[in-house]
Design a protein. Structure first.
Lengths: 639, 357
């Protein structure tokens, strides 16, 4: 069976064909497990395929066809994933958006392509869509919702529940016995699988359409590179509009028959993760940092005996792992410490966080701090870095389990060719590379030159084939003295401090570098509690002298790592965190440098004119959509 | 440390309401059961039959009292009387030629009927008044036993229990008695474990917390109180009968007197109200610790060559044992079961201090 299945992985695979294969050959395996009121409701591949087919038929009835798009809006839900597959069967564009997307962001999507329908998670998203519909002249004639709560009295046109859509679809399917097969075989490999958007750190996000051929090739490449095996148990918690989620939770899950576990709510992810104990886990460095902070804060509050045990084993394991990373071998007693530590400390911690069954753990998106990285390796989690971009269906390069170094992202996956051009930019060629930005021929021509994708990332290949990524080519900046630097690189290193959540380094065209810092409220708040530092709010806490002293070592560490002209001289703690709702960072928490530099122009000016204090009024968008202001005097700190 | 909870998920309500939600708890229970089964091959029969066997039967009895006191929240001071009803009914039934299996059930049912009859009257009052009414039942039963020769043979006589025989097998060996006791104790434990996850158990807890609040929720508190008394009396009756059949071998009124009632109540309270594992600990403390302390004191006085007079020697263990109960209840008013729970929580959250939210 396995052999036969493997031989089926040919270039002519489509989502429909894979769905048909899973339903017929693995029909009783669990495709999706979704938690509802504490119970994990299981759906087999056969049931799942039937629901997808019914959804596809229903969508066809309401006018979804090739060239049109369907918006997917909400947190991870089994039905939203099913809806994406159904849209792919019809050859239309499935267009997921971040659940926190604002009306303006959605309006931009509407201007790109005709969106005939939207599948929304719940009342909140339906309200947003209805508002969007009344604000725009055309589009989104139909709104389908999953969670019915609160929607009983809505009487808007084209509003229907998922159950109703399925019922309509089933009636339509049952009219003609061949319709199921026809639907499964309709789409071709070149037809779209998903319509995503580039993160848009500079300007408006660009539409990226990945074909079924692209995403399935990426799934195959990832498997060949050993990112995941078959039949993995995964947790679907990443934003659905992020390419990584689609590549793993939809494409790879479909091809290698994963069981996708959908948590009850975003707030219950930690607990649900413990219950499921996934075998594969991909998270942004930020999430790994956050978990590390939680563990450390938890240990701080623990009893003396437990603390002593923790430090006894953890400190030794971290030292051993650091030695290994630097190429030294360990002592004779190391395996014993490892064994006892696993039984007494590492095992229980992994158990508490649902990481005890992990076969592969990945971090991607940006650089990860050494402390964090080493900590998880010391815990016994084979944390690896991976590198990818939306344009290449997320899967480009990843580290092998045993050859791990901090500065590389590993070797390119089989099926992905990498070369470095004369300017130092990373170029890619693979079947998983897209065909060009949606309706943006100039941008496409820039990105795709004779089959090679220009990633926009600067980097180089080491002699042993390991890829090193330095940062965005467009982000390479120069100081007034002509010194070249990548602000993102320095910011990431600042963020390795658990107390710094975000940082913006400025200094292009100036004599020296300075930084604006957003402290991490959780970590610094806890530190303040423990050390008796009084504060009333984030903006108050961030300006305290004690906090400035707390984060100063992070600057000293960074200054040690960079050359003299690039030393950070001064910094300011901002009175509010960067927020995607305010446009300062993207939904994937990448800095929008232009916006930040514009909004905090006064602060930046003050950083260089020698003043000791600057008055700032920062704009805040509340969750209700109202705008507010934070006003405060910020002291300028010397490093 | 030993408790691993990741990867435990429930895909149906049936799986969600399973008896042991934590794998380590189930493993511990299975381990203890295996030890229990192997005990006759490990322990000398003196220990087996003079310590372990009564411990098991009294645990079964204490669990029965825990049902009415710990779960349903009704104070019961006449528990020994109910056990007596079971013991005498069973013995008389066997003497009439009925097999032991049926006799045990009849003993249990007789205890159940008498127990709930009293409850009908007693449950018209609450709290301390109920406690006094049940105490009255104890005295009534004492009087009946000592004054009716047809039942007990008279005030100072005892009633010989016929040889125990189950499933056509005469049971005369020490191991045989032990297994009967173990079997009954396990049966009652399983019943109590299941009680926790049934509607009956939840209704009883609702009645315990506030009976009129339970009534507002649609729980007929009087009905459930009677049910608790009936079920608890059944367990008491069978335990009483087995106690006579496998341990005392003859029944006498003073075996079921008021101080025995108080003792069972002490077992339940020291063990922890509403705690199953606590009942095991409570019985062990009340039943076995006096003997242990006694042995220790005697050995110590002999070793040290102290000239302690016999009367003092007899009182020291009582004092120590009394102090022990006071200390335990001061450390943890919810009993030994709660102490165990504290240790379990400590290990459950290891290496953190509290459950993460």
């Amino acid at each position: 069976m396995v052999e036969a299945a493997k031989s089926q992985f040919s270039a002519s695979e489509t989502i429909g064909a894979l769905l048909a294969r899973n339903a017929s050959s693995y029909g009783s395996n669990i495709a999706i497990r979704e938690k509802e009121r504490g119970i994990w409701k299981e759906t087999t591949w056969a049931e799942y395929a039937e629901e997808v087919l019914a959804c596809a038929a229903g969508l066809e009835k309401i006018g979804v066809k090739p060239g049109k798009a369907v918006l997917i809006l909400g947190d991870n839900r089994a039905r939203l994933y099913g809806g994406m597959l159904a849209i792919s069967l019809l050859g239309a564009y499935a267009m997921p958006a971040y659940p926190g997307a604002t009306i303006e962001e959605l309006q931009h999507f509407l201007s790109e392509v005709e969106i005939v329908a939207a599948i929304a998670e719940d009342q909140e998203q339906v309200d947003k869509l209805l508002e969007l519909r009344s604000a725009s002249a055309s589009g989104i004639a139909h709104v389908i919702y999953d969670e019915t709560r609160g929607l009983g009295s809505y009487e808007d046109d084209g509003l229907m529940s998922w159950d109703h859509l399925i019922k309509v679809g089933l009636d339509y399917l049952n009219l003609d016995p061949h319709r199921r097969d026809e639907l499964l075989n309709r789409a071709k490999p070149e037809d779209p699988a998903i319509f995503l958007h580039s993160s848009g750190t500079t300007g408006k996000p660009k539409g990226v359409v990945l074909s079924q051929k692209n995403v399935l090739a990426a799934a195959r490449n990832g498997h060949a590179a050993g990112v995941y095996g078959e039949d993995e148990d995964i947790l679907a918690y990443l934003p659905m509009a992020w390419v990584g989620d689609y590549a793993i939770t939809v494409a790879a899950a479909l091809m290698f028959r994963f069981t996708v576990n959908v948590p009850e709510r975003q707030e219950t992810v930690v607990r649900d993760m413990r219950e499921i104990a996934p075998t594969f886990y991909l998270a942004a460095p930020r999430s790994w940092d956050q978990m590390l902070t939680t563990i450390q804060v938890g240990m701080e509050n623990s009893t003396p005996l437990k603390k002593w045990f923790y430090h006894f084993f953890m400190d030794r394991a971290i030292a051993a792992e650091t030695r290994k990373l630097n190429g030294h071998s360990g002592g004779a007693l190391e395996p014993l410490g490892r064994f006892l530590g696993e039984a007494l400390i590492f095992g229980p911690i992994k158990d508490q966080f649902g990481m005890s069954r992990l076969r592969s753990a990945f971090t991607g998106g940006e650089a990860i701090g050494e402390d964090t990285f080493v900590f998880y390796r010391a815990l016994g989690i084979k944390l690896r870095q991976f590198y990818g971009q939306t344009e290449n269906s997320a899967i480009t390069a990843m580290q092998a389990p045993n050859e791990v170094r901090l500065h590389t992202v590993g070797k390119p996956a089989p099926g992905v060719e990498v070369k470095i051009d004369a300017s130092g930019e990373i170029l890619l060629r693979s079947e998983s590379v897209f065909d060009g930005y949606f309706n943006k021929p100039e941008a496409s021509a820039e990105a795709l030159v004779s089959g090679w994708l220009h990633t926009g990332d600067a980097g180089y290949l080491e002699d042993n084939g390991q890829l090193v990524v330095l940062g965005r080519v467009s982000e390479v900046m120069h100081t007034a003295g002509g010194e070249r630097y990548v602000p993102n690189y320095i910011e990431n290193r600042l963020k390795f401090s658990p107390y710094i959540k975000d940082a913006a380094v400025v200094g292009a065209g100036r004599n020296e570098l300075t930084a604006m810092i957003c402290v991490d409220f959780e970590a610094v708040g806890h530190w303040a509690e423990v050390n008796g530092v009084p504060y009333v709010s984030y903006s108050d806490l961030s300006q305290r002298d004690e906090v400035a002293a707390l984060i100063r070592p992070a600057f000293e560490r960074v200054n040690k790592a960079v050359t003299e002209p690039l030393h950070l001289k001064r910094f300011v703690c901002l009175p509010k965190e960067f927020d995607p709702d305010d446009g300062e960072i993207t939904r994937t928490r990448k800095l929008r440098r232009k916006v930040v530099e514009e909004r905090y122009a006064d602060v930046i000016a003050a950083l260089y004119d020698g003043s000791a204090e600057v008055h700032v009024s920062a704009q805040v968008a509340y969750e209700t959509g109202e705008m507010g202001k934070v006003e405060r005097n910020l002291p300028i700190r010397e490093v | 440390m030993f408790y691993r909870l990741s990867g435990v998920y429930h895909s149906s309500l049936i799986s969600d309401s399973r008896m042991f939600k934590v794998p380590a708890d189930r493993n511990l229970a299975v381990f203890l059961l295996l030890i229990g089964l192997a005990a006759p091959f490990i322990l000398p029969s003196l220990y087996l039959n003079s310590y372990i066997l009564p411990w098991l039967i009294w645990t079964a009895a204490a669990l029965g009292l825990n049902l009415v006191t710990g779960w349903a929240g009704q104070l019961h001071l006449g528990y020994a009387a109910v056990m007596a009803v079971g013991a005498y009914s069973a013995i008389h039934t066997v003497r009439l030629g009925v097999p032991w299996e049926i006799a045990l059930i009849i003993g249990g049912l007789a205890a159940s009927v008498i127990g709930s009859l009293f409850a009908f009257a007693a449950l018209r009052v609450k709290g301390l008044y109920l406690a006094l009414t049940t105490l009255a039942m104890q005295f009534v039963m004492d009087w009946v036993l000592t004054h009716s020769p047809t039942i007990s043979g008279g005030s100072h006589s005892s009633l010989q229990a016929p040889t125990l025989a189950l499933l056509g097998q005469q049971i005369t060996s020490d191991a045989g008695y032990y297994y009967v006791a173990l079997g009954w104790c396990v049966l009652v434990t399983i019943f109590m474990l299941n009680l926790k996850r049934t509607g009956l158990g939840r209704a009883l807890v609702a009645v315990r917390e506030k009976d009129f609040a339970a009534a507002i929720l649609g729980v007929n508190s009087f009905y459930y109180k009677i049910l608790a008394f009936a079920a608890s009396s059944f367990i008491a009756g069978v335990s009483g009968a087995l106690l006579v059949a496998t341990f005392y071998f003859l029944a006498a009124p003073e075996q079921f007197s008021v101080n025995v009632s108080i003792q069972v109540l002490a077992m339940v309270i020291v063990g922890g109200l509403g705690s199953i594992i606590g009942s095991y600990f409570g019985v062990a403390l009340i039943l076995l610790v006096p003997g242990l302390v006694n042995g220790l004191v005697v050995t110590a006085s002999e070793e040290l060559g102290m000239q302690v007079n016999v009367e003092t020697l007899a009182h020291i263990p009582n004092a120590v044992y009394g102090a022990l109960i006071v200390i335990i209840l001061m450390i943890e008013p919810l009993g030994l079961g709660k102490l165990y729970g504290n240790i379990r929580d400590y290990l459950m959250t290891w290496p953190f201090d509290q459950l993460r939210k």
